[in-house]
Design a protein around this ligand. Structure first.
Ligand SMILES: C[S@@+](CC[C@H](N)C(=O)[O-])C[C@H]1O[C@@H](n2cnc3c(N)ncnc32)[C@H](O)[C@@H]1O
Length: 201
């Protein structure tokens, strides 16, 4: 599935309703979605968690890689977006929740280890303490060969929130790889691919 006019309308209306939570003006472009989803194993069944699923643009890129028998848990804080996802993509386990409750949510669902965590969260809008909690939970949940991806907008890279996120990623993971910019995204964005959580956090 690609982003439809209806997805776009839904996204814009969510952004207008709640700009301080949605943090973007359009769903991620297909190329950015593919980059984010690249860490999802495509050769075996896996368990994947998606944070901030929105209208499902990244969810679809993840779904395309998943093998039969996989599990895709998608967290979305906005009730209406979550409800829409549940209807449009019944194969997803959609949870209406704040990503900072990730540990508790997965524990309640019997998920102890995950093969990939893909984030679409607007980090600069999330308070630092909650950012730390999310990354601690991600680190605790990732299987040894698993990875975490997230994105950042190019125009905001020098702002304090983006610098703090980079610092936090480097504190939280042994390896943080920055991708080239995806110019066709609105606005242009790059991704961070993070591996080997530092367990000391
Ligand atoms: C920048 S949009 C990205 C949406 C989608 N992943 C994409 O790339 O098109 C951020 C999404 O994260 C959701 N979100 C924001 N804060 C969240 C939180 N603390 N927990 C879960 N979802 C959150 C927003 O409602 C929104 O749908």
């Amino acid at each position: 599935m690609t982003t439809t006019t209806s997805d776009l309308r839904t996204f814009l209306s969510a952004a207008a309703r709640n700009p301080a939570v949605v943090g973007a003006i359009a769903p991620s472009a297909a190329k950015l979605c593919r980059r984010l989803a690249q860490i999802v194993p495509s050769t075996r069944p896996s368990t994947v968690v998606e944070l901030g699923a929105g209208t499902g643009a990244v969810s679809d890129a993840i779904s395309r890689r998943l093998q039969p028998g996989s599990r895709h848990v998608a967290l979305e804080i906005d009730r209406r977006l979550a409800e829409r996802l549940r209807h449009s993509r019944p194969h997803l386990e959609v949870v209406t929740a704040d990503a900072s409750d990730l540990g508790t949510i997965l524990e309640a669902r019997g998920v102890e280890r995950v093969d990939a965590v893909v984030s679409g969260l607007p980090w600069s809008l999330i308070p630092p303490a909650r950012q730390g909690r999310i990354l601690t939970d991600v680190g605790r949940l990732l299987a040894p060969d698993a990875a975490f991806t997230t994105f950042a907008y190019l125009h905001a890279l020098q702002l304090s929130g983006a610098r703090r996120l980079r610092r936090l990623l480097h504190e939280s993971f042994d390896e943080v790889i920055t991708s080239r910019c995806v110019w066709r995204n609105v606005p242009p964005a790059l991704t961070y691919v993070c591996r080997r959580p530092r367990r000391t956090r």
